[in-house]
Design a protein around this ligand. Structure first.
Ligand code: NDP
Length: 294
């Protein structure tokens, strides 16, 4: 029997209604909408199309959105100054700096410049550090509030909504980037999964994947994970966004995997639609925290 398809598109559709209600409630209470400022330096085509998509998605839910562009020639100081200005602006509740930044810009300095309270992308060291330090769910967290990057947060929301039990299960995450693989591993660990984080130097990756009850792919290589890498009945979360002859495809060979897995996210229509939803939730959370602290 084919795997259950975990539809991020369907889930996102129902969560959009929740978000609209939360935004309306916030506006009624405070007289303004939670708002995000997006910073883009240069005209990378994927970044341009992502900021356009964000503008549309945020606008449609009643959230505020402003785009701040700098030329490809922008210096590190100019980018940091813009971030500092947005940190200080009370009408801006969340800030996102789009990548890639122009050549020669030190991304870590730009991330450090963000106010952790407005870092809705969860990339500031305070947010990544608190996620790493946070105790397992159900125990006192022992850290202050933090933001989780939207893509892995979306993957976790799919697992939650599809009632996938993580307690004591073996989760294998392929990919260790700071924006997807690493936070996903930490989130699974917090939910009491036993986690193996894999990468380009992992030995016998197919063998390790075959031991996974929950297999997450965040690699950026089309169809890399084959059907015979998957344990029968495993739950597969595919974060990959790749294009093969203009067709969007994940990191998992879906046609093969769907015959072996117990549950699987499709690409498109899986983790992708959830990313914007979780980002919106972070912006609303940031705005709520800021009004509470004023
Ligand atoms: P990165 O390029 O930053 O990281 C890729 C990771 O994959 C690295 O840890 C790398 O290992 C590992 N890797 C590369 N090749 C192999 C291999 N042959 N075997 C095992 N591991 C390998 O990518 P991102 O984390 O930013 O993105 C991952 C995927 O997720 C991409 O397809 C991206 O488009 C997609 N994505 C999807 C989003 C969504 O909304 N669904 C949002 C963001 C990203 P090493 O560390 O050793 O180099």
């Amino acid at each position: 029997m084919d795997a259950v398809i975990m539809s991020g598109s369907e889930l996102a559709k129902s969560m959009r209604q929740e978000i609209e209600a939360e935004v309306q409630e916030f506006i009624t209470k405070h007289g303004f909408a939670p708002s995000v400022a997006v910073v883009r330096a240069g005209e990378d085509p994927a970044s341009v199309s992502y900021s356009n998509a964000l503008k549309k998605a945020f606008g449609a839910r009643g959230l505020g959105f402003t785009l701040h562009t700098l030329p490809e020639s922008a210096s590190q100081d100019e980018i940091v100054e813009l971030v500092a200005k947005l940190n200080a602006e009370s009408s801006v509740h969340g800030i996102m700096v789009q990548e890639p930044l122009p050549k020669g810009i030190d991304e870590s300095i730009v991330k450090d410049a963000l106010s952790p309270d407005k870092d809705v992308d969860g990339v500031h060291p305070v947010n990544t550090g608190r996620l790493a330090q946070a105790a397992p769910v159900g125990r006192p967290p022992m850290v202050g509030p933090f933001f989780v990057p939207a893509t892995p947060a979306g993957g976790m929301e799919i697992l939650k909504q599809y009632k996938v039990s993580l307690q004591g299960k073996h989760a294998v995450v392929v990919g260790r980037s700071t924006i997807v693989g690493k936070p996903m591993s930490l989130l699974l660990l917090r939910e009491n999964a036993s986690v193996s984080m894999c990468h380009s130097q992992t030995e016998d990756l197919p063998g390790l994947c075959r031991t996974a009850d929950i297999l997450c792919a965040a690699v950026g290589r089309a169809n890399m994970i084959k059907g015979d890498w998957i344990k029968p009945g495993a739950v597969v979360i595919d974060f990959g966004v790749n294009f093969v002859e203009d067709k969007m495809t994940g990191d998992v060979d879906f046609e093969e995997a769907v015959k072996v897995a117990g549950m699987i996210t499709p690409v498109p229509g899986g983790t992708g639609p959830m990313t914007n939803i979780m980002l919106m939730k972070n912006v609303i959370e940031a705005a709520n925290r800021q009004v509470r602290s004023n």
